[in-house]
Design a protein around this ligand. Sequence first.
Ligand SMILES: Cc1ncc(COP(=O)(O)O)c(C=O)c1O
Length: 464
Amino acid sequence: MTASTTGGLFDVFEERPSQVYGRYGDYVNHRFERVIELIGFDKVFTRAEGAWIWDQDGNKYLDFLGGYSVFNVGRNHPRVKQALIDWLQRDGASMVQMECSPLAGMLGEKLAQLTPGELNTTFFTNSGSETAEVGLKMARKATGKPRILYTDLGFHGLTYGAISVSDDEMWRKGFEPFVPGATKIPWDDLGALERELAKGDVAALITEPIQGEGGVRIPSDDYLPEALRMLHRAGALLIVDEIQTGFGRTGRWWASNHWDLEPDIMLLSKGLSGGYVPVGAVVTHRRIFDKVFEDLAHAVVHTTTFGMNAMAMTAGLATIEVMEGGGVVEHCASVGAELTSRLQALASRFEMVKEVRGKGLMIGIEFGEPKSLTLKAGWKLLHRANAGLFGQMLAIPLMRDHGILTQVAGHNMDVHKLAPPLVIGPEEIDYFVNAYEQTLVDLHKFPGPLWDLGTTLLKNRMSW
Ligand SMILES: Cc1ncc(COP(=O)(O)O)c(C=O)c1O
C-alpha cells in the first residue's frame, strides 16, 4: 500500500528514530524505549525479506531471533502475502460467527494430517498463551481432576493460567496468587512424576518437548514416551507445548516426532501463520474434545471472537502449503545440523563456551565460568552484580557491530538462543559464524570492550 491510499499512515517510517522512539516512549512503554536505546538497538526498520531486515538508512540486519520463532518460512513470504491479498480483495465474510468457517475446516483438516497419530480435532486461538489456557481447561474438564503438573524452567506464556504453570520468578514475582492446583516438578525426572501421579488427582502434565526459554534443554530419550505411559496409567493427560518447537523449527514437523510421541493435547501457535497474523491451535483427540464440548448445550463451551478469523486461517493454509511445497522442514534439519556443527567447532576454541546444543534451528549456546584467572574474575564480578547480564554482552555487540539480531534464552541464564527463519542458507550461516567468532574473541579479552559494556549496563541497572 502506498502513502496515498493510506492517507500518509506509513510516513512515520521516514521520521528519525528519536521522534519515533520518543512518541512510543510517551504513549506506549517508556521503560522498554529506554532499554532499547541503552543497548543501541534504536533503529526504524522499514523492510524485511527472508532472514534479512533493512533500516531506514539502508543498513541490513540478519534476523536470528525470527520474531520469537514466528518467521519459519521467512519474513514476507510472497505466497503467504499473496494469499492474504487475495482474501482482502474478495471482500469476503469473516467471523460471521453463526456459520462453520470453510477455511477453519480446511486448516483443521491439514493439522489433523500433519500432527501425530489420532490427533484430529482443532480449537483455534489467537496466541501462544491463550493456546496454553485452552489446553489446561480441556485437561481439567476431560479428566475431572484438578491438578496440573509443570516442569522447572518450563514456559507456557504470561496469562494467568499459562504463568501459573511457567517457572520464572522474573515473570511471576508480584503477580501472585496464581491459579490453584499447579505443581512444579523437576524436568526430565520420571520419579518425581510418578510420586505426584500416585496422589491420584492429576489432570495433566504440561511440558515443552524441548525447553525454549529454559535454555534449549533437550530431555533424555525415554522421558516423554515414558511420561506419556505413566500419565495414561494414572488417568491423566500429556499436554505438549509445541508453540515454539512446532512447524519445522527442530528439523521435524513437530519436536514430538523426534520421540514418535503422540501427546493427548498439542499446543501450536508461532510458526502457523508465517508471522503475518496472530493465531494458535489446540489439536487433540476427538475423545478428549467430546468430554469438553460434551453435548449440544456445550457446543461452544469455550470460544473466542477472533479465533477462526479468515486472515489467520488463510495465512495458516498458505504457510503450510509453502512448508510442504518447499521442503522447509528437511531444509531446516540440514542447515541446522551444519550451523550447530560449525558452532561446536568454535566452542572447542573458546573456554567460556560450555556447550552448543539443539535440534534443527532451535540452538542454544551455553556459557560457563572460565578457568583462566583474569577472565574468571570478570565472570564472577559480573554474575555477582547481576546474574542476567552476561548474555547481553553477546547479543548487544552482535547487533551493534555485525547487525545480527539474537536473544538470551531465559532470565539469569548464560544461554544464548538462536531461532532464525528456517530458510537460511550458506550465506547466512557463514555471515553468522564469522561474526560469532569475532564476538567470542572480544569476549575472551579481559579487560576488554565487552566487559566495559557489561559495566555500563550494570551502572544503568539494566536487567533483561
Ligand atoms: C513454549 C512457549 N509457549 C507459550 C508461549 C507464549 O506465546 P505468546 O507469547 O504468543 O503468548 C511461548 C512464547 O514465547 C513459548 O515459547
